[in-house]
Design a protein around this ligand. Structure first.
Ligand SMILES: [Zn+2]
Length: 484
């Protein structure tokens, strides 16, 4: 019965404690109301479970629904009663008054976590003047609430990091990536001002190891098996010294006693995904005939062969997002009368879309839906739990006709991008194209994104919000005071 935070017997005991020497104290009307409110708070403290699908725009949700349950089927995601829209806001680093219309995960997670609008790449810091900004997680900690971060990426990745760390660039994930970071010879920058030697808080993994977060689960082992800045010990040893238990497998996680602060690292970096295209296939370019190269109206085109998704052999015994969410809720709910804030991220909807793997994204969205099931079950036993589901930004994938409607004109019309053609379990053709660029990976797109909530959000979540306003909704539900 781990889902019930405050068993009925203890509530009864609490009521019994209101009586003295067998005689019930008579309270004034106001006092009774106050006590009832306090009792209700203690019985059902406010919790927020924020579920973020990285890159989970309406295209991604529709692709997953079509493939997982069919066009007439419904996922838990589809059944949430409160349905709103979140506008993604980003500003230019050099001119923060100037809008940028496509976000990255760092700036959008920082918006949701802290209620500000910032520039791409920033984690918990403001555009231009590089100030650290207080997050909803930190406010919850200050109020004595428990907190947790769960992700299928490295726990140092932009989305989880933005709730508990502050660096000027997301690439500063561990102490070896703080200065002059480069990738394949391309200079990416660094976070020299955030070095401990320069009076800063250190890299993201060091900040997590020094944090008061109760539960941190995901990938990113390599960022913790690195020496601390200027030190002999690893970041993992720093976390152990700070009272965390650090585990590396689902079995070890299951053995962690309730109430113990824990970091679970279940992979070196991003966790493996559950599904992939046949034999690892991703989107492929249509292959036009020689004649079509002479004129678009001539010749023919060969489209990629249709396929089905298959289990990804790398996934193995990786804990699922739903299992990690269950474990986090078990820890956070244990003997907790103050409430908690938990962020759960399905990270590879985005990462697999960058790699043009529709099947990879579908498996990750399925995982998000299972994490939502876990959250909904918890909320049923703990009625003051606000569940919010949203995305950080849009992505490249879009559903197009499996065969172009314009083929009837006799021309071999085809997408200029790359294409995945799936055969869904209901036997229909589902075509998904990726065409933001011709580079090694696709880009984000600039659409507004869904914001969904359980019944607790009814009357609280407006029909349209900006991402910084999501911060306000969470702060208000948790009773964390002013939102500015
Ligand atoms: Zn991305």
């Amino acid at each position: 019965m781990h889902r019930i935070q405050r068993p009925l017997e203890s509530i009864v005991r609490h009521i019994a404690s209101l009586s003295v020497a067998g005689g019930l104290i008579l309270l004034s009307g106001a006092g009774l109301a106050e006590d009832a409110a306090a009792l209700s708070h203690e019985a059902h403290p406010p919790n927020v479970i924020l579920i973020i699908g990285d890159g989970m725009d309406d295209q991604q949700i529709t692709i997953a629904r079509n493939y997982l349950v069919g066009a007439s089927g419904r996922m838990s995601l589809d059944s949430l009663p409160v349905r709103s829209t979140a506008q993604v806001l980003t500003v230019d680093e050099n001119d923060p008054s100037l809008a940028v219309y496509v976000a990255d995960s760092a700036n959008s997670a920082t918006s949701i976590a802290s209620g500000i609008t910032t520039s791409r790449g920033r984690v918990g810091t403001s555009a231009g003047d590089d100030k650290d900004v207080k997050t909803v997680l930190e406010l919850a900690e200050q109020k004595g609430m428990k907190t947790g971060l769960v992700a299928t990426s490295s726990v140092t990745d932009a989305t989880p990091a933005s709730f508990a760390a502050h660096v000027s660039l997301r690439i500063c994930a561990n102490p070896s990536q703080m200065v002059d970071v480069s990738f394949k010879g391309i200079a990416l920058g660094g976070c020299p001002d955030d070095l401990i030697a320069n009076g800063g808080p250190g890299s993201i993994s060091e900040q997590l190891a020094n944090s008061s977060v109760d539960v941190i689960l995901g990938g990113g082992r390599k960022d913790f098996d690195t020496p601390t800045e200027g030190g002999e010990q690893s970041v993992r040893e720093l976390a152990l010294a700070n009272g965390f238990q650090v585990v590396d497998s689902g079995a070890e996680l299951a053995a962690v006693p309730p109430g113990q602060r824990v970091i679970g690292l279940f992979g070196e970096g991003t966790l493996p995904v559950r599904t992939r295209g046949e034999g690892g296939r991703v989107a492929e370019e249509p292959d036009p005939s020689f004649l079509n190269g002479i004129h678009w109206y001539l010749g023919s085109v060969e489209l990629p062969e249709p396929m089905r998704c298959e289990p990804d052999p790398e996934y193995g015994d990786t804990p699922s997002l739903g299992a990690m969410t269950d474990a986090a809720l078990l820890q956070l709910g244990y003997e907790n009368t103050n409430g908690f804030f938990l962020m759960v991220e399905s990270a590879s909807i985005d990462k697999q879309a960058h790699a043009r793997s529709a099947c990879g994204s579908i498996g990750e969205l399925e995982q998000l839906n299972e994490a939502l099931d876990s959250a909904l079950a918890f909320a049923e036993a703990n009625p003051n739990t606000l569940i919010l589901v949203t995305a950080d930004h849009g992505h490249a994938a879009q559903i197009i006709p499996d065969k172009s409607l314009f083929n009837q004109f006799g021309a071999p019309v085809y997408t200029p991008g790359r294409l995945v053609r799936l055969i869904t379990p209901e036997g229909a053709g589902l075509a998904i194209n990726y065409a933001t660029n011709g580079f090694m990976m696709e880009e984000h797109t600039g659409t507004q994104v869904p914001l969904l909530a359980n019944e607790v959000g009814r009357g609280k979540v407006p029909g349209m919000v900006t991402q910084p306003e999501i911060y306000g909704l969470m702060v208000e539900h948790l009773g964390l005071g002013k939102t500015d």
